[in-house]
Write a protein that binds this ligand. Structure first.
Ligand SMILES: Nc1nc2c(ncn2[C@@H]2O[C@H](COP(=O)(O)OP(=O)(O)OP(=O)(O)O)[C@@H](O)[C@H]2O)c(=O)[nH]1
Ligand SMILES: [Mg+2]
Length: 450
């Protein structure tokens, strides 16, 4: 295992910047960059010290903490440098550490090492990642729940099912010579396996549903070319992200931006303008827009005084009609304009991406939809969905089915072998499933020979 280094805080100016090192024998390699620093620092003790260049000139002063293996996040030696949050000095500190032998950590490598050193199960690592990426406080809390109490996680109930199944199998194998009525019958074992397979299938369905919602509240800007989608996108985000031009058909890819609201993140998507075209690139952009709308939380349909006709697209989710370029109309006329054209419209938000007019009202309406979305989220099953979880479940499903197959032909040992394989896989996820635990289950739940 080599020594890895990474910045644990964002690389923007801030009060603090944290650099972390993990690996074997950190002190013998890196203690020389701290001055003063004791030869044998007390683990978990905060030392106020300077980070110094090889020629002794200071780079920064801050707090250094030493965690001695195995009592650290990764299970290896860890040094945590809490420095001032200037990206330049933090980069300098990292270069210094790299020049002494550390290498830059890959994404997630600290957690991966924690997993390798059995500091964290896969399930816990995955919950941790979900907490960090969560688009709202609600979904953060779901990750936190699973992180703090992995045993309440529905995944952990699968562990119980596996221990139970193994216990039943061992009773069966140890007592193959008992009279038929004293050993659990084959059909009972098959039924138990089927129950677990059904449970996994239900969890797969939940995860698939949850995954669709996982990214958070998504809002697409949709309309004719030149209706000002990219301009509005930039205006809402307060930065020039998407190209704006008078040429219709400018945007082809879907461009994503994100901003926070009180209830959770809004993921804003700029799309290609909808029209009939022969341009193959533009066509592809329009195809992508249509596909996006199959799974969107809110669509903002943009219309303009220049071209007020609506685009008609099928979509799921809520919609708001936005009259952009309302600066081209007088104030009073803007609101009436679309209502006169489309009397059925319930609400129209007149805005101007050029001047910012009407933006607060539109943002309020989007915020309200975000609130409804995130409130609805909290009660739904599959809230804790992730790609990792789905992949694991699909793998379990396959393993369980292939363990069941030999049993249906009366081949107990082959089936048991399949379950044992699964036990090894599940250890990565839930921690060790020991034979003692399986035997314990046998004696606590069965009364053999009595
Ligand atoms: N007067 C006025 N002009 C605007 C407004 N919004 C956008 N424009 C102009 O309209 C033109 C098209 O704007 P874009 O934002 O590129 O339009 P789009 O909908 O993204 O266009 P495509 O990417 O081609 O689909 C540009 O010249 C903008 O400056 C507005 O609110 N008022
Ligand atoms: Mg555009």
């Amino acid at each position: 295992m080599d020594q890895i280094v990474a910045l644990a805080t964002p690389s923007v100016p801030g009060p603090l910047g944290i650099v972390r090192l993990s690996g074997p024998d950190l002190l013998s390699t890196f203690a020389r960059v701290f001055s003063p620093f004791p030869e044998s620092p007390i683990p978990r003790h905060a030392y106020l010290t300077s980070v110094v260049n090889p020629d002794g000139t200071p780079v920064d002063e801050g707090i250094v903490l030493y965690f001695r293996a195995p009592d650290s996040f990764t299970g290896e030696d860890v040094l945590e440098l809490q420095m001032h949050g200037n990206p330049h000095s933090l980069r300098r500190i990292q270069s210094l550490l790299i020049s002494l032998g550390a290498r830059t950590a890959k994404p997630g490598e600290f957690s991966y090492r924690a997993f390798l050193h059995k500091k964290m199960t896969l399930l816990k690592a995955e919950s941790l990642n979900r907490m960090i990426q969560a688009p709202s406080y609600q979904s953060y809390l779901q990750g936190l729940d699973n992180f703090l109490s992995p045993s309440d996680d529905p995944f952990s109930h699968l562990r119980e099912d596996l221990v139970s199944l193994l216990a039943h199998f061992y009773v069966m194998v140890d007592h193959l010579d008992l009279p038929e009525e004293e050993s659990p019958v084959l059909s009972d074992l098959l039924a138990r396996m089927d129950q677990v397979i059904q449970k996994i299938s239900a969890m797969v369905r939940d995860q698939r549903k949850g995954l669709k919602r996982r990214n958070g509240f998504t809002v697409a800007l949709v309309g004719h070319p030149n209706s000002g989608k990219s301009s509005l996108f930039n205006r809402i985000l307060g930065e020039s992200r998407a190209i704006v031009s008078t040429i219709p058909g400018t945007t082809r890819d879907i461009i994503e931006g994100r901003y926070p609201t009180a209830s959770g993140d809004v993921i804003l998507l700029d799309t290609a303008g909808i029209r009939i075209t022969d341009d193959p690139l533009e066509k592809e952009g329009i195809r992508m827009t249509k596909s996006l709308l199959k799974d969107i939380s809110l669509v903002l349909f943009l219309r303009t005084p220049e071209d007020p006709s609506p685009v008609s697209l099928t979509h799921r989710g809520e919609t708001l009609t936005v009259l952009n370029k309302s600066d081209l109309l007088s104030r009073g006329a803007a609101g009436r304009f679309l209502k006169d054209l489309s009397p059925g419209l319930s609400a129209v938000y007149p805005v101007s991406s050029k001047t910012g007019r009407g933006l607060p009202e539109l943002l309020k309406a989007i915020g309200e939809q975000a609130r409804l979305y995130y409130e609805g989220e909290s009660g739904k099953s599959g809230g804790g969905a992730s790609r990792v979880r789905l992949d694991l479940l699909l793998r379990f499903q396959r393993l369980m089915k292939s363990a069941r197959l030999p049993l249906s032909r009366g081949q107990f040992l082959e089936s048991l072998h399949g379950l044992e394989q699964m036990r090894l896989e599940w250890e990565n996820l839930f921690g060790v499933v020991s034979h003692e635990e399986v035997y314990d289950r046998i004696f606590s739940t069965f009364c053999i020979g009595k």
